[in-house]
Design a protein around this ligand. Structure first.
Ligand code: DOR
Ligand code: ZN
Length: 421
């Protein structure tokens, strides 16, 4: 059989201005600047190369909510966002609490050839929080983690038993940490702005109290717990203390909680309605400090597509969620690397190796023998966010019109082109 070697030429490694060539064969990195001839060559035109991004939190809506998103649109959007791997959330219809659904999602995603799918399965049957799902069977089918995300885990003992069971299987449980009885029917952060607008507030304490409880369960059981979309300074401080005390907890932060605040709700636009809600500037700054000091393990988008019609409803009626998988990297790069607040190396770590460490996956690399999940990033040219061009079905964005740098121009998954811009 003919030797299928791909060469990507004229690319820069992070921190270097030298143009180099990366060689890929059989889905693996073959090496750098080889003298061998390739059967196919892609000109990187000076783009910066990195391991493809990893997404630990995306709502892809299949099965059952394909009007919002489906595997094809969601995984194409992910590849366009520079992601090689996506963990999908199980709050679909039906819920992903059955091994057959996990299997069919993985098979379908494989056929599509965009980003690689690693489905999360529900921790409890129907995500009702009452009885545990068949975690062993779900793992055997390919479930990457267990979560009732979209809902909160109100019963602490069910969560405890689920974490112990998952831990025995070598998988983690991730939680949407909000106390539902404190959150009530809050549609935005409880504070000055919610009072002025007369909208029901969701207090920071709902998140902090729940994170405190869950950190204690991690300490009690020694079982791994991942806290999703942390949004408040107080909850972050509790995670920091928990880590110091030896709790096996990790956490993620989302781009929208770092770049937007509850001030965005002043126009009563439900595009900004998300759970947990956009908080205050002090919270956003504290979360950013957490990125720098290592309290935050990784970035995740919580890409939550809904139809335009749903998001055009009023603040009380519209569903929660902000789609962002196609803009997350350029947004973070432009706001925080371009402005000198964080290094490109650190930002990439939060989008790649940090995620892999949370999952206990092999840390991605561009060295010989590594899986060829690769992204090329254009750090030189800016482009305005244009939701009409999104591959996601959710063609709206809080960042529409923003001029951003760092757009992915090529994403390879297993050495295959999953996106080319
Ligand atoms: O804003 C959110 N949207 N938060 C969640 O927890 C669920 C998600 C969704 O499924 O739309
Ligand atoms: Zn959530």
């Amino acid at each position: 059989m003919e030797n299928m070697m791909l060469e990507i030429k004229n690319i820069k490694r992070v921190g270097s201005d030298t143009l180099e060539s990366l060689f890929i064969e059989d889905g693996k990195i073959r090496g750098w600047n080889l003298s061998e001839s390739a059967s196919e060559t892609i000109d990187g035109k000076g783009a910066t190369v990195a391991p493809a991004l990893i997404e630990l939190h995306a709502h892809l809506r299949e099965p059952g909510q394909e009007q919002k998103e489906d595997l094809a649109s969601g995984l194409a959007a992910a590849a366009a966002g520079g992601y090689g791997t996506v963990v999908s959330m199980p709050n679909t219809s039906p819920v992903v609490d059955d091994p057959g659904i996990v299997t069919s999602l993985i098979q379908k995603a494989d056929r599509l050839g965009f980003a690689r799918l690693k489905p999360a399965a529900a921790l409890t049957r129907g995500q009702k929080g009452e009885t545990l799902a068949d975690l062993a069977a779900l793992k055997d089918a390919g479930a990457a983690m267990f979560t009732d995300d979209g809902r909160t885990n109100e019963n602490a003992n069910v969560l405890r038993r689920g974490m112990e069971y998952a831990s025995g299987l070598g998988l983690l449980v991730s939680v949407h940490a909000e106390d539902a009885t404190l959150r009530q029917d809050g549609v935005m952060n409880e504070g000055v702005v919610s009072q002025e607008l007369g909208l029901p507030g969701n207090p920071a304490a709902a998140e902090a109290a729940r994170v405190a409880r869950d950190v204690e369960i991690a300490l009690l059981t020694g079982a791994r717990l991942h806290i999703q979309h942390l949004s408040t300074a107080r909850a972050l401080e509790i995670v920091r203390q928990g880590k110091k005390a030896g709790a096996p907890v990790t956490c993620e932060v989302c781009p929208h909680h770092l770049t937007l605040t509850d001030e965005a709700l002043r126009g009563f636009d439900a595009m900004y309605k998300v759970a947990p809600p956009l908080r205050t500037q002090q919270d956003a700054e504290a979360l950013f400090e957490g990125l720098l000091d290592g309290t935050v393990d990784c970035l995740a988008t919580d890409h939550a597509p809904h139809t335009q019609a749903e998001k055009e409803k009023d603040m009380l009626e519209a569903p929660f969620g902000i789609p962002s998988i196609e803009v997350a990297f350029p947004l973070m790069y432009t706001r925080f690397v371009k402005t000198g607040k964080i290094s490109l190396e650190k930002l990439l770590d939060l989008f790649t190796a940090g995620c892999a460490r949370v999952m206990n996956w092999e840390v991605p690399s561009l060295e010989e023998g590594a899986v060829a999940d690769v992204v090329l990033l254009d750090l030189e040219n800016s482009k305005a966010v244009d939701p009409k061009s999104f591959k996601s079905k959710a063609r709206f964005s809080p960042w529409a019109g923003d001029e951003l740098y760092g757009w992915p121009v090529l994403t390879l998954v297993n050495g295959r082109v999953a996106f080319q811009g």
